[in-house]
Write a protein that binds this ligand. Sequence first.
Ligand code: ZN
Length: 238
Amino acid sequence: MLQRLIDSARHIVFFGGAGVSTESGIPDFRSQDGLYRQQYDYPPETILSRSFFTAHPEEFFRFYRDRVLHPEARPNAAHLALAAWERAGKLSAVVTQNIDGLHQQAGSHAVIELHGSVWHSHCGQCGRRFAGLDAVLNDSPVPRCACGGVIGPDVVLYEDPLDSDVIGAAVAAIRSADLLVIGGTSLVVYPAAGLVDYFRGNHVVVINRDGDALGGYRRNDVLAIAESIGPALSQVHV
Ligand code: ZN
């Protein structure tokens, strides 16, 4: 059934969440609260907030380097399959909530990163931009620019608004898609639920190993696949 939908689609958009990256060994920090409590005085949602970053940059970067950055992670079967779909001219965009850059590492070009990327950072004082992880992976507890300002990653933290240009690009891609494939995310979480409403095509595929990811999303044309995302996508031939 999935193969047939992919065969007849010409403008697939993939919408992905944390579950896409867990198969590359990047844990979803939200599901590991207990583990963190032993090592950090605050829950992840607090540490990864804008006000915490500003008030406690040292603690922020301790958590960020230990738990958010995974420089060793490599693309998995899902990333590679989606890159192949793009090369075959079937997929117009990947919209992702992940910040790890693994889609680009797998060879995808049309990647819309709703929450930014760990692979770019900038100085909060002079605005200088830094590519790669070196700027934040150094010996000092808080990475600083030559001007003395704190260098922060270009990722959307709690309390930050989403970038309106990025949202606009995601809406445009989803609106013009003829097949929407959703994986590794729950549709009950913002912004997934809102963005999916812009889809005007006929078929939605939801791939989620952990059962009911649909939440209140009810359409009669949803194909729900209760499988791991990598194996599910790599069964498709383009
Ligand atoms: Zn600076």
